[in-house]
Design a protein. Structure first.
Length: 318
């Protein structure tokens, strides 16, 4: 065989072998190894079942993929990846909106309330939706994904930040607590939505409804929330949040089957605790006149009728 012909055949075979390797290679279009860390205040370790990754390609189109909780490898495909949004995918009371509008439009809200808001609380917070308390939600946003050419793997550490925060709510009774048999609560004025890319809460507010438990001369609850509205992480200016109303409600069922309702202004406490903390109110009373017996009455806890509404002054806080 002529030397020149041998060189042509060898070059053709080599090109064919390279092409075959590229077709078989998982990283044909560039990929990333994502290492997920979960950032939790107080040292508590979350245990999410996995993470959803939404990559926005070079055309701005979202592509949804899934990873284990500790991360893994992602292939970006033909159009690459420009930015990336990641969140835990084991929530049951969270709904996402705005995914097709770009990563800075994606926001989360919780599901509609399992019961209506108390009438007295709704009148104090007109126009606010009644929502369940959200599940624990974490998110991370990568604005610019590092370039990864063919056969290259970009190392990508991801720090998942909490989007939901816990308030420990305590209603202290000074008299008549032994007459309480059941309790449920609500909190008006809280953030209705949170933006996943930076944790900012929107201006719209909601009433959160939740169940409580009885403790030593007190009713207590652990209330998850996006925090207060109009909060931007890292922002120190409180002016646009200080005139908002925040109202804590408690409905209790008494031993005689009647219910009694309390509404307490907690704006002062929440303005200094925009993302979780402790809310405590004191001085609640079940008077002797509230607990008169009705012979033969069978209470129906689902209806919570026969309400007695009490407004407590701000001085009832501590």
């Amino acid at each position: 065989m002529r030397p020149r012909l041998q060189h042509i055949i060898a070059a053709t075979l080599a090109a064919s072998m390279v092409s075959c390797r590229e077709e078989l290679c998982y990283n044909h279009f560039g990929s990333a190894d994502i290492d997920i860390e979960w950032s939790v205040p107080g040292g508590q370790q979350p245990s999410p079942s996995g993470a959803t990754v939404i990559t926005y390609d070079n055309n701005g189109q979202p592509v949804e993929m899934f990873l284990p909780a500790d991360g893994g490898s992602l292939n970006f495909g033909d159009n690459g990846a420009q930015s990336m949004l990641i969140y835990n995918n084991d929530t049951e009371k969270i709904t996402l909106f705005g995914i097709s509008d770009g990563p800075r439009s994606v926001h989360a809200t919780s599901t509609p309330g399992y019961r209506p808001a108390p009438q007295t609380l709704a009148s104090r917070h007109p126009g606010e939706a009644t929502l369940n308390t959200p599940d624990m939600l974490y998110a991370a946003y990568i604005e610019a994904v590092p370039d990864a050419d063919r056969h290259e793997i970009a190392a990508l550490p991801v720090d998942m930040k909490p989007m939901v925060f816990s308030y420990t709510v305590r209603y202290n009774f000074e008299y008549g607590f032994e007459r309480v048999t059941n309790a449920r609560g609500a909190l008006g004025g809280m953030a209705a939505r949170v933006m996943l890319y930076n944790g900012e809460t929107t201006d719209d507010a909601a009433i959160l409804v939740y169940d409580c438990r009885l403790d030593n001369n007190a009713v207590v609850a652990s209330v998850l929330s996006f925090g207060i509205p109009s909060f931007v992480p890292g922002e120190t200016d409180r002016n646009r949040r200080e005139n908002r109303a925040y109202t804590l409600n408690l409905e209790v069922t008494l031993t005689n089957g009647k219910t009694k309702s309390f509404d307490i202004d907690v704006a002062e406490q929440l303005q200094t605790q925009p993302r979780g903390g402790n809310i405590t109110v004191s001085g609640l009373r079940i008077e002797d006149s509230d607990s008169g017996t009705d012979s033969g009455f069978d209470p129906d806890l689902d209806d919570w009728n026969n309400n007695v509404d009490i407004d407590l002054p701000v001085g009832g806080q501590k």
